[in-house]
Design a protein around this ligand. Structure first.
Ligand SMILES: NC(=O)c1ccc[n+]([C@@H]2O[C@H](COP(=O)([O-])OP(=O)(O)OC[C@H]3O[C@@H](n4cnc5c(N)ncnc54)[C@H](OP(=O)(O)O)[C@@H]3O)[C@@H](O)[C@H]2O)c1
Length: 394
């Protein structure tokens, strides 16, 4: 009897042991998050939010070496590497979707900063007599700012000033406009002229500075064909003047603890991997890009937002484009987008179609982009030389 009882007890013990071995591990209130390291938790929570075909839940042995063998056998319908690949793909896709949503918001929905209230009552715009600078001056006047227009041609400055005054005369706050004449290409007088500009704005609540004046090649050419005069001029206008004017205006912004500096760079340096046949121009704009980016970090906690805007083609006399198109907007369309970006990203392409070009160049292999841009520049050089030849023949 005693022997029978101990046999039954032994059988019962063995049964319980077998059941315990066959039973799944204790479950967690959130399925898939059982004893997981953070990366796995993130991946599997993503997988739960976005169910994948074949239930590629990222609970594999690859990520969870200590997982229970029974649990692993049930969940690993796919090999570990496939599940890992799916997780990485999912993360990349969610990142791309987030970037797209943020870009759509910034390009079309995000409101402009209240420039006058946030930064100050006046804007200084260089190269305000034509193209992008002129259009920006009108746009900033519409935003309620007084203007200091800086340019090399007194007549053109007077004409733009008078047009802005006339256009804003019916608004609730007619624009105050001042002008200042500087030739940024004047090697001997540049330092003194910029000092004088600094003096003339002393006491003005200058909130926004737009360094827009710039020079490019007359048309594309090889570096050995670029004259010393053109090289010096490009460096003086695109580099030295931008640096000096920023230095002169920033002083007051630091004292007032607020301001926005917008430097007009170029896609030639910021978007394209290279700009063959425009090497010196692109290099001066690379200076503008890195100068701005570094100042952005230096002055961020002093209340001053420094930004480099990098447009691609805009239909102006510099680009020799008369008719605006989708990818070469009018200066007015560019300026509308540009003002809405002031004070946000330190490096940006405000016009939406230019951002598409930036994206395309970012995914193209560099060698393909290089060849495409070189062919374009060779075409421009060919046309320019033919035009020069016709002029000579006349
Ligand atoms: N257009 C494009 O496709 C494009 C693309 C990328 C970047 N950008 C950049 O955008 C900025 C504006 O270009 P934009 O296309 O509007 O050119 P733009 O139509 O030729 O206008 C240039 C402005 O700068 C002034 N300027 C030129 N040289 C000067 C000097 N030595 N001293 C004082 N002012 C001077 C011009 O004065 P005047 O009226 O007296 O000539 C004009 O007001 C430049 O920095 C350029 O590099 C343009």
């Amino acid at each position: 009897m005693l022997q029978r009882r101990s046999k039954v007890a032994l059988q019962a013990f063995n049964l319980t042991k077998l059941q315990r071995q066959a039973a799944p591990p204790p479950t967690h209130p959130l399925p898939g998050l059982y004893k997981q390291p953070p990366l796995v938790a993130l991946s599997s929570s993503l997988t739960h939010s976005f169910p994948l075909p074949n239930r590629l839940a990222v609970t594999s042995a690859f990520f969870r070496p200590q997982a229970h063998p029974h649990h692993m056998a049930g969940a690993s319908a796919q090999p570990a590497w496939a599940q890992a690949l799916a997780a990485v793909g999912l993360l990349i896709a969610s990142r791309a979707a987030t970037c797209l949503a943020l870009w759509l918001y910034a390009a079309f929905l995000r409101p402009a900063k209240p420039l006058r209230r946030r930064y100050g009552a006046w804007a200084v715009v260089t190269g305000a007599t034509d193209g992008i600078g002129r259009a920006l001056a009108f746009e900033l006047a519409s935003a309620g700012l007084g203007l200091v227009l800086v340019g090399r041609s007194p007549d053109k400055l007077a004409a733009v000033a008078s047009e802005i005054r006339t256009r804003s005369s019916s608004s609730s706050r007619p624009a105050e406009v001042r002008t200042f004449v500087i030739d940024f290409d004047d090697a001997d007088g540049l330092a003194a002229s910029v000092d004088a500009l600094g003096e003339s704005i002393r006491g003005l609540d200058v909130g926004v500075l737009v360094n827009n004046a710039g020079r490019c090649y007359p048309y594309a050419r090889y570096f050995h064909e670029v004259s010393e005069e053109l090289t010096r001029s490009l460096i003086r206008i695109n580099v030295e003047a931008v640096t000096r004017v920023t230095h002169a205006v920033l002083q007051g912004m630091v004292e007032r603890k607020r301001g926005a500096v917008v430097n007009i760079g170029s896609g030639a340096a910021t978007i394209l991997p290279s700009d063959p046949l425009y090497a010196v121009y692109a290099a001066t704009k690379a200076y503008v890009d890195q100068f701005s980016r570094s100042l952005y970090v230096e002055y961020k906690n002093k209340g001053i937002d420094v930004q480099c805007q990098a447009p691609m083609y805009v239909a102006t006399k510099m680009a020799s484009i008369r008719k605006p198109s989708l990818f070469a907007p009018s200066p007015e369309d560019y300026a509308r987008a540009a003002v809405r970006y002031i004070g946000y990203e330190p490096r940006c392409t405000p016009y939406w179609a230019h951002s598409l070009v930036w994206f395309l160049f970012s995914v193209l292999p560099e060698s393909v982009a290089d060849r495409y841009v070189l062919n374009m520049s060779l075409g421009i050089r060919h046309k320019g030389m033919a035009k020069d030849a016709r002029k000579k023949a006349q």
